[in-house]
Design a protein around this ligand. Structure first.
Ligand code: RIB
Length: 295
């Protein structure tokens, strides 16, 4: 299978279980606390690797975290030769998790926000025509990275998460795949329904493959005039953190394997459904062998 490079964030996640998401001016006690690896870049790289893809991660972290990240990634044969250690602290996320499994996240970029020209040239030095890259929105310089990948003939998948308005000024015409949720689609298009958001994206970017996740409803694919819907299964969700990352990683791994779009969506949905039944981000991502339909 073709190698996929994730250029993205790595975070230390601090996860607090709370009776409800804290309200403005309120102080509440957490019922439990734990830490784990996270960050949309790392989560998606691990999801790709657990889905069976050959993956490289290009990222930045604090020096002190390199040995621990290296141990984690070697367990999944994830290549981190382009993870640059620097003097800034590793990015971190503060995650509140309520009793219904819903979360609320504050991210501090740390090293994720310090990509330099030299880092970018190093990350893209080996890029060849047809290579696949996956990005999110937790690092700096994404617009430049997308343009440079395209100039070298690479293919770009973007998960525009978390959404910020500057994404609308990125070279979105360079994208091959866009994987996003309903909130991100509404922010990107100002459409008042998922159907209209897909129509808008497909008319603006006719060759773009758009995958729209609809939470517990399922997900939709759209490209040109083609549309496919895939429902989810009913599961007992304990923590939705990392579900979108799991869907994205499994989806892209299956597409890179040559699977049909509907089959890739089916596998990605199964993986995301399993992910929400477990706590944590990286820790909750299943392996391909765990998926019921493949057993
Ligand atoms: O998508 C979940 C991730 O968002 C968490 O792991 C956290 O680090 C934030 O980046």
């Amino acid at each position: 299978m073709q190698r996929i490079t994730v250029i993205g964030s790595v975070n230390r996640d601090h996860l607090y279980s709370v009776p409800h998401i804290v309200r403005p001016g309120e102080t509440i006690a957490s019922e439990s606390y734990r830490t784990g690896w996270g960050g949309k870049g790392l989560n998606q790289a691990i999801a790709l690797a657990k889905a069976g893809a050959q993956v490289s991660l290009a990222a930045k972290i604090g020096h002190e975290d390199y040995p621990s990240l290296s141990a984690l990634c070697s367990a999944y044969s994830l290549d981190i030769s382009q993870v640059h250690a620097c003097a800034l602290p590793t990015g971190h996320a503060i995650i509140q998790l309520d009793t219904a499994g819903q979360n609320c996240i504050i991210v501090h970029a740390g090293a994720n926000g310090s990509f330099t020209e030299q880092d970018i040239q190093s990350f893209l030095a080996g890029c060849r025509a047809g290579d696949i890259f996956l990005l999110q929105n937790e690092i700096n310089s994404s617009a430049q990275i997308i343009s440079e990948i395209k100039k070298k003939g690479g293919r770009v998948a973007l998960n525009p998460s978390p959404f910020t308005p500057d994404i609308l000024r990125w070279p979105l015409e360079c994208l091959d795949y866009l994987i996003l949720n309903e909130t991100e689609a509404a922010s990107m298009t100002s459409a008042d329904s998922s159907e209209k958001a897909l129509d808008h994206l497909c008319s603006a970017y006719p060759a773009l493959n758009v995958f729209l996740t609809l939470g517990s409803e399922g997900s939709c694919f759209a490209c040109g005039n083609t549309r496919h819907f895939h429902p989810t299964h009913k599961v007992n969700a304990v923590d939705t953190t990392g579900a979108g990352d799991t869907y994205t990683g499994f989806l892209l791994a299956e597409l890179a394997r040559g699977s049909a779009v509907e089959d890739a969506m089916s596998i990605a949905t199964e993986a995301a459904c399993l992910c929400v039944t477990r706590p944590g981000a990286v820790d909750s991502i299943p392996s391909r062998a765990e998926l019921p339909s493949l057993n």
